[in-house]
Design a protein around this ligand. Structure first.
Ligand code: FNR
Length: 360
């Protein structure tokens, strides 16, 4: 299978997963305590945030998906148009295909051509050299470089990598020498507290926890394996959910933490922000809207989410995304069990306003 065929297959299989939407999503284990007199005026809510030093008008972005074939270049064009129309940041899919074969450059370059003034993130894997990182950044005049770490996906891919020990060294070398900030991201299996601390110590500006609950690359890669090859379906529940990662990372400072993986709605964004994320990335859900509707449908969805997120924040009395970290949250179900096992006190989340003696 060529790289172009693989990129096309990822898009189709990820969109199908979204249509089935049968994943266990632990954002459902996070509930806001409703205080009926806590609300503020919608007009007094500001959604703007800074991610890795870059200002964004809203606390969510279109996360890394694709590029590397003619079809995925068209998808990137549509995603870039939506990013331009709404002002939210956008990440490229992995640019390894371009680093191997410059003839597919246009399928990535379109992200910048259609969105000349927006925040654009380049994306490479952790095998890339500093010189390759610079080429990826240059191609799209990127404001941020994403490096994805995806060992589980690689082992399930028949053609995937089998060497991971050098990844921390590569990440540190790139983060120390590149002119733009580096964000390291998982692709759906999550980043632990220890991993995020280690990334911070490597000079990484932002960690995107990329947790379980949304697009599942263990399943996608297993579905791509020819029937004659070994089955990996047993590994489909690997990793920590996005909500679990955010809870696990509580108290880690010196690095921005963003939340991708299973964001389905403005409520999930509010939940992630309340758990400490600076911003959220959305991949599969926006891909499905684009494929099932069109670019106008995606723009309408993004603008709608912005309005609805502002309304949720007004109801909660949060004038800024950061203020959501003072909201009372009840954590239940499997997520509460995770917290107990990791020594995370869930009652402190449910009693935040009492602790601050500012209960409405
Ligand atoms: C992805 N994702 C991804 N991530 C990355 O760093 N490089 C990549 O090339 C890709 N490719 C890719 C293709 C497609 C079709 C999808 C849907 C996703 C992973 C993505 O950025 C994100 O981390 C996960 O999809 C989890 O988020 P969602 O989809 O649950 O919102």
């Amino acid at each position: 299978m060529t790289i172009a065929d693989r990129k096309n297959a990822h898009v189709e299989l990820a969109a199908d997963q979204q249509r089935r939407a049968d994943a266990v999503n632990e954002f459902d284990d996070v509930g806001f305590v409703h205080h009926a007199l806590a609300g503020i005026d919608c007009i007094d809510v500001s959604l703007s945030v800074s991610v890795a030093g870059m200002d964004s008008p809203a606390p969510f972005f279109i996360n890394a998906m694709t590029g590397g074939s003619e079809h995925t270049g068209q998808i990137n064009r549509a995603l870039a148009i939506a990013a331009r129309a709404t002002g939210i940041p956008i990440a490229s899919g992995s640019m390894s295909a371009y680093l191997k074969d410059a003839s597919v450059a246009d399928s990535f370059r379109v992200l910048r051509l259609e969105n000349p003034d927006g925040i654009v993130m380049a994306n490479i894997n952790a095998n890339a050299t500093l010189e390759q990182a610079r080429r990826a950044v240059d191609l799209v005049s990127a404001n941020i470089l994403q490096i994805h770490v995806n060992a589980v996906q690689e082992v399930v891919m028949p053609e995937g990598d089998r060497h991971f020990a050098h990844w921390p060294g590569h990440i540190e070398h790139i983060a120390s020498n590149l002119d733009v900030p580096v964000m390291v991201k998982e692709v759906g299996f999550g980043l632990s507290r220890q991993t995020i601390s280690r990334l911070r110590d490597c000079g990484v500006a932002a960690a995107d926890v990329g947790g379980r609950g949304g697009t599942n690359f263990a399943r996608i890669e297993n579905e791509r394996r020819p029937g004659s090859l070994t089955d990996y379906s047993f590994i489909r529940h690997w990793g920590q959910s996005t909500a679990a990662c955010l809870l696990d990372a509580t108290g880690v400072s010196g690095i921005d933490i963003t939340a991708t993986g299973g964001i389905r709605s403005p409520l999930d964004i509010a939940r992630a922000l309340a758990l400490g994320a600076t911003a959220c990335g959305v991949a599969g859900r926006f891909l499905r809207v684009l494929l099932d509707e069109d670019v106008d449908g995606l723009i309408t969805t993004i603008n709608g989410w912005t309005v609805q997120l502002g309304q949720i924040m007004a109801v909660l009395g949060a004038p800024t995304p950061a203020a959501l970290t003072h909201s009372d949250l009840v954590i239940t179900g499997g997520l509460a069990q995770f917290c107990q096992a990791r020594g995370i006190a869930t009652d402190t989340y449910a009693q935040r306003t009492q602790k601050g003696r500012s209960a409405p």
